[in-house]
Design a binder for this molecule. Sequence first.
Ligand code: SAH
Ligand code: SF4
Length: 349
Amino acid sequence: MSQILKNKISLSGLSKEEIAQFITEELKWEKFRIEQIHSWIYAKSSGDFNTWSDLSADKREVLAEKFSIPLIQTKERQISQKDKTEKYLFSLPDDQLVESVLMRFKDRDSLTACISSQVGCAVGCPFCATGKLGFKRNLMASEIVDQVMAMQRISGEKIHNLVFMGQGEPLNNLDNIIKSIQIFRESVGIGVRHITVSTSGIVPKIIELGETKIQINLAISLHSAKQELREKLVPVARRWNLFDLMQALKVYFDQTGRRITFEYTMLKDINDTNEDARALCDLVRDLPFPCLINLIPYNSTDSEFQCSDRSRIQHFKSIVERSGRKATVRVTLGSDISGACGQLANKNS
Ligand code: SAH
Ligand code: SF4
């Protein structure tokens, strides 16, 4: 029971097994209460114990004394005029802030949520607004799950896909990420194949994640196939170079059988030349595992970087595809509410 804050346990951080254990062993209630309570937390998503109508007032009081649901508070919800993307600002029990984004892609009916894994981030990529916040703390599994529960409750819509692409480096908080994925799968009804974890490349944690054999999608923030440049753009590359990273991905693939996505943010005159594209080709051509390259148009933050021109991105893509690997260009959503990749900086509007 590590999901404790302000002396209350957050129910939305508990797996079904933990709920069962608590109900039957600690409270010594009847077994059928497990399903009832599980359903109030995750299916009905009610954060108010008073609405839990199939439990007596006494029982509700016992629960309210020990538990809270959810612990995060919604401070702000902004909706994009352009594409109906929704950005949420949540405050945590210790008054820290995190952001999450709800995205609607034109070619899909299903909703995708982009969620945060940490308050701030220690990695410090110079083109990312979260990196500028510095690292504050890891989110608990309950706080990760609560972002999704809160967005479902407020929007009134079911979320089908999740991307760990909000604030933070997910693999620096791996235990809580794994725990939250278990809850998403088991209790919220979001399958692991609908979950993507994006990492800057924390090599030992990639191996550890592979050992779990969880069938999520793994995305790697590559941003350059040239070691020297990558060290500037993704500072963890100084610790784990491209060779280490590719070896770890091979081990990961052998364990999971999952294709890897490489993310490549397009920065004008920094990493977008023909030579950069050829270096990327050379890197991915002979990799011993399947991969896809996802080019991300840079979203402006307060930094000196600029986004490559559209025609440059298209040309870069055509060169990369000569490697025989597929390349796509990510659709930008929510830029008018600073909700696009790399723009999450906890600023109230
Ligand atoms: N911390 C994770 C997830 C970050 S968001 C990671 O770094 O992988 C998902 C992607 O957006 C990452 O590849 C990240 O490097 C990229 N990104 C960060 N800032 C960006 C910006 N301003 N414009 C476009 N992409 C950005
Ligand atoms: Fe952290 Fe990812 Fe931003 Fe880099 S891009 S600073 S790893 S959140």
